[in-house]
Design a protein around this ligand. Structure first.
Ligand code: HEM
Length: 385
């Protein structure tokens, strides 16, 4: 009885028939001597990740095993369990094929990796990837988009030069393609396979996997260039802490009372350092390992398994953060998307969202136009300061 409620909670969380089946089993545990074969265990998150502590290993009675096996050979002719036990013990045997670990037919950690990927990561990561957009939708319905309080002046300031925009969109387009293909590779069999069927889904994942492998290095290069061009404006400055503590004034009773910030506010700086730099680099390094293009590395199966786990966890993290960034950069804030599409913001936007940056532009410390001026726009003139 003691464990059955846990099984029910697990079953509710996972929708797993296997977990429910576990709940209906009699309370008596299987005999301690019965070998547990991980390959036939239900894939319940965490429950199958067992310790490899040397003190946990049972002492083997080799004489008894030999006697039992001799007895089994008479009742079950053809039974050669000892051979398969050897095969399933991570030992390297002779193989004529060259290559790392070619002599290891079954690598047992592979089963643990599979259970972790297809249980812990898909279940908990899946919840996060579903809950974060719901949370964002909640904020959108509650607060609505952040609109300008004053009317636009018609005078504009250059916020991003064409180089900055090319780099940003290379990063964004490669990231979104990598994210969508990654999601389909990780969860597609649960939501696309039943709709598409095996043949189409097989082709789709084959194409997406190769696209994913090719675009990964482009994403890495784009984040390195973005780092170089934006690091200066993302260094911590006074006022960032206040912005963070009040979340930029988002929850202030005075609707839209924003804490003044320089070119990038503390929220953007967190996205820069945690999302783009930290998670982007972890994702890149593990991705290059999975692509097997890092020179001098011995690509054991365990190297790939560890690389995949790190890659998937970093991917879930950056996808969740990017959803917040994409929301604020599109429907969440009036005028933000235009800044990155066209490169310009209205003076009112600059004053309301990045007042200290606006003051610096007004004081002539930062030029209002940093790149070659665009061809005259019909509706707007470059800022006259
Ligand atoms: C479709 C996806 C995306 C959209 C719509 C989008 C939109 C935007 C917009 C509108 C801005 C300007 C914000 C401002 O003026 O302050 C911006 C800035 C920025 N974006 Fe994106 N973005 C996307 C994806 C990405 C991705 C994938 C990354 C990096 C992995 C990224 C990294 C940045 C950075 C670093 C900045 C400069 C602000 C800062 O340093 O924090 N963006 N984005």
């Amino acid at each position: 009885m003691g464990t059955s409620w846990k099984h029910w909670i697990m079953a509710l969380l996972l929708g797993s028939a296997a977990a429910l089946a576990g709940a209906q089993q009699p309370a008596s545990a299987p005999a301690a001597s019965m070998p547990v074969n991980p390959a036939v265990q239900s894939a319940q998150p965490l429950s199958n990740i067992v310790s490899e502590n040397v003190f946990d290993l049972k002492k083997r009675d080799l004489a008894k095993e030999a006697k039992d096996q001799a007895a089994r050979r008479t009742t079950q002719p053809g039974n050669n369990a000892p051979v398969w036990r050897e095969v399933n013990s991570d030992q390297a045997h002779y193989a004529s094929i060259p290559g790392l670990e070619a002599g290891v037919l079954i690598q047992r950690t592979g089963q643990k990796w599979r259970l972790f990927r297809n249980g812990v990561i898909t279940v908990w990561g899946g919840w996060l990837v579903v809950l974060v957009p719901l949370l964002i939708l909640g904020v959108f319905l509650w607060r609505g988009p952040i609109r300008l309080k004053e009317a636009p002046t018609g005078r504009v300031i250059e916020r991003f030069t064409p180089t900055e925009r090319y780099v940003h969109w290379t990063m964004a387009i490669s990231f979104v393609t990598l994210g969508v293909s990654g999601i389909i590779m990780l969860w597609g069999k649960h939501f696309l396979l039943p709709v598409m069927g095996h043949q189409l889904f097989g082709w789709l994942t084959y194409v997406l996997k190769n696209l994913h492998n090719l675009l990964g290095p482009l994403f890495t290069v784009s984040i390195i260039v973005a780092f170089v061009i934006w690091v200066r404006d993302n260094l911590p400055r006074s006022g960032d802490l206040k912005w963070l503590l009040t979340l930029g004034g988002m929850f202030s009773s005075e609707h839209g009372a924003e804490v003044p910030s320089h070119r990038f506010n503390a929220g953007e700086k967190i996205w820069f350092w945690v999302g783009m730099v930290m998670l982007g680099l972890v994702l890149s390094v593990s991705g290059w390992m999975l692509d097997r293009i890092v020179p001098g590395v011995d690509y054991y199966r365990s190297t790939m398994q560890l690389g995949e786990i790190i890659h998937a966890i970093a991917a879930v993290g950056i996808i969740c953060l990017s959803l917040v960034h994409i929301y604020v950069g599109t429907i969440g804030m009036e005028g933000a998307y235009r800044a990155m599409r066209e490169g310009y913001v209205d003076e009112t936007w600059a004053k309301e969202h990045h007042e200290l940056w606006y003051d610096d532009v007004k004081a002539g410390k930062i030029p209002a136009q940093r790149s070659q001026p665009p061809a005259a726009r019909p509706s707007e003139q470059p800022a006259k300061l």
